[in-house]
Design a protein around this ligand. Structure first.
Ligand code: PEP
Length: 259
C-alpha cells in the first residue's frame, strides 16, 4: 500500500540544542494528533551529529529518523565519511541519497549514487532517492530525459524487492531553496512520468505502491494544490521543516488531501 509522507531535510542547520528544541516542538505538536500510522509517515533528517540524541527524544511511533547522506563504502580509511552501520546504530531508518546539493557541491554522479543506494539497501536502510532537472534543462525541454536518465542509471539496477523499500523525491533544482515552487500541474506531470518509468521496469503494483515525494520550496502556502495531485504522495521539505508549526501543518494538509 502506498504511504503518504512528509520528510524534513534540515540540511546544515541547527546546532544540537537547537535541534533538540525543534524535534521537541515537532513532537509536542504531533502528540496532539492521531493519524493512521500505516498510511502516513513523518521523517526528519537532521545533521548526523544530532541523530543519536534525537533518537532518544522522539517518539518513534510517530517520527522516524533519516540521515542526509552516507558513505559509499562499508567501512575503512575514508576520513570524514559516515557509514550505513553507523547510521543504523544511532537510530536512522532512512537515508537521503542523491540530493541535488550533493550532486552539485560534491559532484556526486550516477555511479556513486548506485553504490550508495545498493549499500544502504543491503544494510537495511531505506533510501530517499532524489531526482530533478536544472532550470536550463527545463527551459530546453530536456527535463523528462534528465529525470529518466537519473532513474534508469541508478534505480533500474535494483531488484524489485529492494525497489519496494525506496522512496523517490522529485525535486526540480530550480525550485529548491529558491522560493520558486513548481506548479501542481508541472509536478503532477513529472510524477506521473516517473511512476510510469517505474512501472515499465518493475510492474504496475510496485509503481502504484511507490511513495513519490515533491520537493522544492514546498510550504503551507502552496502545498494544498501539490498534495491534491494523485501522483504526489507528500513532500521532502527543506526550509519549512525548520519551523515545527509549518512542518506539522504540512502533515495535516497531506492527511486532508489524501482522505
Ligand atoms: C530540499 O532541500 O530537499 C528542499 C526541498 O528544500 P526547500 O524546501 O528549502 O526548497
Amino acid at each position: 500500500m502506498r504511504k503518504y509522507i512528509v520528510a524534513g531535510n534540515w540540511k546544515m542547520n541547527t546546532n544540537l540544542p537547537e535541534g533538540e528544541k525543534l524535534a521537541g516542538d515537532i513532537m509536542s505538536l504531533l502528540q496532539q494528533r492521531n493519524f493512521d500510522l500505516t498510511r502516513y509517515g513523518v521523517i526528519i533528517a537532521p545533521p548526523y551529529t544530532h541523530l543519536y540524541r534525537l533518537s532518544q527524544i522522539i517518539d518513534n511511533s510517530k517520527v522516524r529518523l533519516g540521515a542526509q547522506n552516507m558513505g559509499w563504502e562499508e567501512k575503512g580509511a575514508y576520513t570524514g565519511e559516515i557509514s550505513a552501520d553507523m547510521l543504523l546504530s544511532v537510530g536512522s531508518e532512512y537515508v537521503i541519497i542523491g540530493h541535488s546539493e550533493r550532486r552539485k557541491y560534491q559532484k556526486e554522479g550516477d555511479e556513486l549514487l548506485l553504490k550508495k543506494i545498493s549499500l544502504a539497501l543491503s544494510k537495511g536502510l531505506k533510501p530517499i532517492f532524489c531526482v530533478g532537472e536544472e532550470l536550463a534543462d527545463r527551459e530546453a525541454g530536456r527535463h523528462f530525459d534528465i529525470v529518466k536518465s537519473q532513474i534508469v542509471n541508478v534505480i533500474y539496477h535494483l531488484v524489485p524487492e529492494d525497489m519496494q523499500k525506496v522512496i523517490i523525491a522529485y525535486e526540480p533544482v530550480w525550485a529548491i531553496g529558491t522560493g520558486k515552487v513548481a506548479t501542481p500541474e508541472q509536478a503532477q506531470e513529472m510524477h506521473a512520468f516517473i511512476r510510469q518509468i517505474i512501472s515499465d521496469k518493475f510492474g504496475n503494483q510496485v509503481a502504484q505502491d511507490l511513495t513519490l515525494l515533491y520537493g522544492g520550496s514546498c510550504k503551507p502556502a502552496n502545498a494544498q494544490g501539490l498534495f491534491e495531485q494523485k501522483d504526489i504522495d507528500g513532500g521532502l521539505i527543506g526550509g519549512a521543516s525548520l519551523k515545527a508549526q509549518d512542518f506539522v501543518t504540512l502533515l495535516d494538509m497531506l492527511i486532508e488531501a489524501k482522505k
